[in-house]
Design a protein around this ligand. Structure first.
Ligand code: WT7
Length: 653
């Protein structure tokens, strides 16, 4: 038997102490949810959430697909994440920060309470931020980023974190779409031993629009020299000390928005995914307990950036709601060497480690034996997220990092789902490598065809969630029609539109689910989600380009890389085209969207109705033979010409 066909049963010692200890327990929970869906969720909502006022209905489906959970309930997620822990764990470390240069800061729950309350008062008193106002965060990975998110939540403001790798243009578009009143940023931070700057990007974003912004709050991280706009810009450390450490939490309705997070779709501009309060925090906490099996004394480290949903749910909200110690790391796991991450695991006695397959592949490639140099015996659960993980990376993670002792949980979920959906349970699930295995208890995932009928075992179909769940996306900010169309417009089951994820998946004869990847025009580069339409729009800004098509190409480390076909305008030749286009992309979107391949072609393969056949372009990028019928193309001869152009371009590289 090949290693990757092997089944890895749970470690019996771990299983004995786990929250969910066996597949029997898993099935019992799942059956409970199937028999009485609302009763299942009610039990957890009553047990886990510190309600300020009770809800009157578990699930309101009257305005589907705008589902509402725990209607009319009142709560504040910062009570869930901070206040309720103060009785028993005031002195326990809530956030364990390690800077790029090795500087360490431990913030206890008591200190976190003071930081967040002061920050909340600053937002209210100095900047007039009120419930429902939008605040954009453009922050490095420093504790103040978490304080800022929680401060917004404390007073009912809606935060929208924009990943620090996005460009000024991308930041401005997101500020404009949200109509944000305040931007919170830092002068800069440190990366690979060197300072870098963030504030200049905010300055640039505000030069060209972003009219809604009244002020910029700057956290001084590296005190590099930056430009200053008097009256608009404010220094965090000059203002924060005098603030009162007591700020009454705003009474929030279960369904009030908690945050927006912009993500790419297959068409048009990025979507402001809107999450709500009660359902989100409930599932964030429950999945910490089930999937990571968080226990007293654990030290949990997720390497994501707070600019992505993983950073929201599994660095800030989930771990703090679960009352654990969450590690925040400013740097990169390969600096100063490929042992950095493992050194941190040893030093901080990390018990759960959660990262992306790209990072695992990089660490594997750079230092296959590095983990053996450190004491990693505190590790219990290893997680992956963001993209499919290939068997060699999975097996190395399991055998070498986890010492064969730890469960590797491949967690499938999305910005829109708020939390984990399909994942092994570390104490229960016999795991097949590279397989997300089974839906979590309460999650009704099915692999369907467009008409709602199931696919055959072993066939790829559309990964759908057929019942609403508490932490689901509520709408797209300012565009409810797009919300309906994007997620509830493709698959109809029993006459009812169901949530379609955009991913393909397949189930094997044992019922295990494997995610096969996006079936729409979304590319996943190093776990970063990018829309082909957005990149095409950026490239089309170049006046010498007549047409452009962007596809993903498999990449050994990044999962996928970006491959761009451009058709120049008549007679135009640009020897620097690759550099030029990547500069444009960096300006319009950010460095994360730069292409590995850019090839000039005489035309694109189109149907007679003008539709670009991306499937053909993907196959050519991969160097595959074209098996499909090309006779329906407007000009079938174009395929050979594109293949020739790609061949020449690869030779010249
Ligand atoms: C897309 C969502 C979920 C937080 C990070 C990314 C892909 C996610 C897995 C996995 C295979 C995965 C999917 C999904 N994806 N997890 N375990 N195996 N693919 O969030 O930016 O919203 O992207 O990431 O394609 O749709 P996101």
């Amino acid at each position: 038997m090949h290693e990757h066909n092997k089944i890895y049963p749970p470690n019996p010692e771990f299983a004995a102490q786990a929250r969910i200890k066996s597949m029997d327990e898993y099935h019992a929970l799942m059956n409970e949810a199937k028999e009485d869906y609302e009763g299942f969720w009610k039990k957890y909502a009553d047990e886990k959430i510190d309600w300020l006022a009770p809800y009157d209905k578990v699930l309101d489906e009257s305005d589907a697909p705008f589902y509402k959970w725990f209607t009319n309930g009142k709560l504040n997620v910062t009570i869930q994440c901070i206040d309720r822990h103060l009785k028993e764990k005031a002195d326990q470390t809530a956030i364990l920060f390690e800077g790029d240069r090795g500087d360490i800061e431990k913030i206890s729950y008591q200190e976190l309470s003071v930081k967040v309350n002061k920050f909340a008062n600053l937002l209210k008193e100095k900047f007039g931020v009120k419930k429902g106002d939008r605040v954009v965060l453009y922050m490095p990975m420093i504790p103040e980023a978490a304080y800022a998110m929680l401060a917004c939540a404390r007073i009912g403001a809606i935060h929208s974190v924009v990943f620090g790798g996005f460009s000024a243009e991308a930041l401005r578009d997101r500020i404009d779409d949200a109509g944000a009143k305040l931007v919170i940023t830092a002068d800069g931070a440190y990366r690979k031993g060197k300072p870098y700057l963030l504030k200049p990007v905010v300055d640039k974003a505000l030069e060209s629009g972003a009219e809604s912004v009244e002020a910029v709050l700057v956290v001084e991280r590296n005190r590099e020299l930056i430009d200053w706009v008097e009256g608009r810009d404010h220094k965090y450390y000059e203002l924060i000390e005098v603030m009162s450490p007591v700020c009454e939490p705003e009474m929030m309705d279960s369904e009030d928005p908690l945050f927006l997070l912009y993500t790419s779709g297959s068409t048009g501009k990025p979507k402001g995914v809107q999450h709500a309060q009660a359902g989100y925090i409930l599932w964030a906490q429950m999945t910490m307990e089930w999937v990571f099996d968080i226990k007293e004394g654990d030290v949990y480290w997720c390497t994501a950036d707070i600019g992505w949903i993983t950073g929201h749910t599994y660095i800030v909200y989930g771990p703090l709601a679960a009352g654990t110690t969450t590690v925040m790391f400013e740097g990169v796991p390969t600096y100063p060497d490929a042992g950095r991450a493992w050194k941190m695991v040893e030093e901080h006695k990390i018990s759960q480690f959660y990262t992306a397959p790209t990072a695992i592949r990089v660490l594997h490639t750079m230092g296959p034996d590095e983990p053996k140099k450190y004491d990693l015996s505190t590790l219990k659960v290893l997680g992956t997220v963001g993209e499919p993980i290939d068997p060699p990376a999975w097996i190395w993670y399991h055998d070498v990092v986890g010492g064969g002792r730890c469960a590797v949980v491949d967690t499938w979920w999305q910005t829109e789902t708020g939390g984990h959906m399909i994942s092994p349970l570390p104490g229960a699930t016999p795991i097949k490598p590279s397989c997300a295995t089974f839906p979590l208890p309460g999650i009704m995932a099915e692999i369907l065809q467009r008409d709602g009928s199931p696919v055959e075992t072993g066939e790829t179909g559309l990964l759908c969630i057929t019942k609403p769940w508490p932490s689901m996306i509520r709408t797209i900010w300012g565009d409810p029609e797009r919300f309906k169309k994007s997620y509830f417009g493709d698959v109809v089951k029993d006459g009812k539109p169901v949530y379609f994820s955009g991913d393909g998946a397949m189930m094997d004869e044992d019922g295990y689910i494997t995610i096969t990847g996006r079936v729409d025009d979304v590319i996943n580069v190093s776990g970063h989600r990018l829309g082909t339409a957005e990149i095409e729009a950026a490239v089309a800004e170049d006046e010498h380009i007549a047409e452009v098509a962007v596809v993903g190409k498999p990449h050994p480390i990044k999962g996928e890389s970006i491959f761009i076909y451009v058709v120049p305008k008549e007679g135009h030749v640009n020897p620097d085209i690759k550099k030029h286009i990547n500069t444009l992309i960096a300006q319009e979107i950010g460095n994360i969207a730069k292409a590995d391949d850019i090839v000039e072609v005489p035309g694109l393969p189109k149907t007679r109705s003008g539709k670009i056949m991306r499937r053909i372009l993907r196959a050519i990028a991969k160097g595959e033979e074209i098996k499909q019928d090309i006779s329906t193309l407007e000009d079938p001869s174009i395929v050979g010409k594109i293949q020739e152009a790609v061949r020449q371009a690869t030779q010249n590289d």
